[in-house]
Design a protein around this ligand. Structure first.
Ligand code: C5P
Length: 216
């Protein structure tokens, strides 16, 4: 039996750091679905696609995303840091509301997660991508704690950003992600919620590993 671990939660809840570490400790695959939405968001933005269009399929035909060892190739080239900017996060969140974008990526994600030991993180992993995952985690933290984490992360990477702007962007993205009609950010009824506001990364990882050992 495969061990599939779904980790969902809002922006800055610690998903990426925690999911990567859990995958590393278990020696299994890691899937960052947010990166896929960022790739598509940036692609559609650059093409000037209108999110209100009934169909976005034509814009997606020349976009080839390949999953290679936990990261992505986009039309044959490794994905770069341009998907990590706050703007790319906002484009991801905007275009992620469109059914064509969700169908395009959800199908790909389901295929990647099939019959594999994997840690997948995102917003709808436990509800849509792997609804029968062996372990489901929902990470939460206050908007202020999440904004501070993102701020420090971006500053360390050399971006010129302001804390207030990041906080505003996080609150706006939460609103977008939770209120959309399809696959909104929600906790699966059988997911275990962990508030990471006052926990260290190691503490969160240990809690998840305990659950993995019980269920896999
Ligand atoms: O996780 P990350 O912040 O990189 O995700 C960027 C955006 O992509 C999210 O704000 C959300 O709108 C979208 N997303 C999604 N479903 C996922 C992963 C990300 O809608 N499974």
């Amino acid at each position: 039996m495969a061990c599939r671990i779904a980790i969902d939660g809002p922006a800055g809840s610690g998903k990426t750091t925690v999911a990567r570490l859990v995958a590393q400790k278990l020696g299994i695959h890691y899937l960052d679905t947010g990166a896929m939405y960022r790739i598509v968001g940036l692609h559609l933005y650059r093409k000037g696609a209108d999110v209100k269009s009934e169909s976005l399929r034509d814009y997606l035909t020349d976009l080839k995303i390949e999953y290679v060892d936990g990261t992505f190739m986009v039309n044959g080239s490794p994905v770069g840091d341009e998907i990590r900017t706050p703007e790319a996060g906002m484009y991801a969140s905007i275009y992620a509301t469109h059914p064509d974008v969700r169908a395009f990526l959800t199908n790909m994600q389901k295929e990647i997660c099939k019959n594999r030991d994997i840690v997948a993180e995102g917003r709808d992993i436990g509800t849509v991508v792997i609804p029968d995952a062996e372990v489901k985690i929902f990470l939460v933290a206050s908007p202020e704690v999440r904004a501070k984490r993102r701020y420090l992360e971006l500053i360390a990477k050399g971006y010129d950003v302001q804390y207030e702007g990041i906080l505003r962007e996080i609150i706006e993205r939460d609103e977008n992600d939770s209120s959309r009609g399809i696959a909104p950010l929600t906790k699966a009824p059988d997911a275990v919620e962990i508030d990471t506001s006052d926990l260290s990364v190691e503490e969160v990882v240990d809690r998840i590993l305990e659950l993995v050992h019980l269920r896999c």
